[in-house]
Write a protein that binds this ligand. Structure first.
Ligand code: ADP
Length: 191
């Protein structure tokens, strides 16, 4: 079974590439950012907690995210591969994922890191802010999200490097080109 972690800083294209990969390899696409936004929209207890962090550009606490992820995974059909988008974002979440996968009798196959330079990220996020309607796509929050990424999320790369599951994907170019790079890696793993 193919289980993919699609990783990268805010604005690196995780959502776009994640969806394309999910379609091609018939994987369930799980975005914790989307789970948060849905919870906020339906005004659940977890949504209220999530909103207070997201609007400041901070990470939602591990416990809340892991609970949301757990209940989402429980509803998925057994035996289908998963692509995790925007999760794990802390080393604690990465360790929790190892355990969750173990409980489901499976494991992470690969982590794909979308590499995009800072200046390009800032341009993309500013542009996205004009149309996304997301409360966290404004310049102050964008800066904060990138700082939080450097401080708390970057160490997740080492976690997967140590497990020899890390693969870098150049995340600049057109969408299809980046997708092809990801597919080249995934096709080798599938064999
Ligand atoms: P982006 O990658 O552009 O930041 P996401 O939709 O992945 O977009 O995440 C938006 C926000 O949701 C994050 O800034 C964070 O506050 C929250 N969030 C999403 N996933 C997680 C996670 N795994 N852990 C903690 N917070 C998260």
């Amino acid at each position: 079974m193919l289980n993919v972690v699609i990783f990268g800083p805010p604005g690196s294209g995780k959502g776009t590439q994640g969806q394309k990969i999910a379609e091609k390899y018939e994987l369930e696409h799980v975005s914790t950012g989307e789970l948060c936004r849905k919870a906020i929209h339906t005004n659940t207890h977890e949504g209220v907690i999530a909103k207070s962090y997201i609007d400041k550009g901070e990470l939602v606490p591990d416990e809340t995210i892991i609970d949301m992820l757990d209940s989402f995974l429980e509803k998925l059909p057994v035996g289908k591969g998963i692509i995790f988008d925007g999760y794990p974002r802390t080393v604690g979440q990465a360790a929790a994922l190892t355990e969750i996968m173990k409980e489901h009798g499976t494991k992470v196959s690969v982590m794909l890191n979308l590499e995009v330079e800072r200046e390009e990220l800032l341009n993309r996020l500013a542009k996205r802010g004009e149309t996304s309607g997301r409360s966290d796509d404004n310049s102050g929050t964008i800066q904060k999200r990138l700082e939080v990424y450097d401080e708390r999320t970057l160490p997740v790369i080492d976690f997967y490097k140590k497990k020899r599951l890390y693969k870098a994907v150049q995340g600049v170019g057109d969408i299809e080109e980046i997708f092809d790079r990801a597919c080249t890696i995934l096709d080798k793993i599938k064999k």
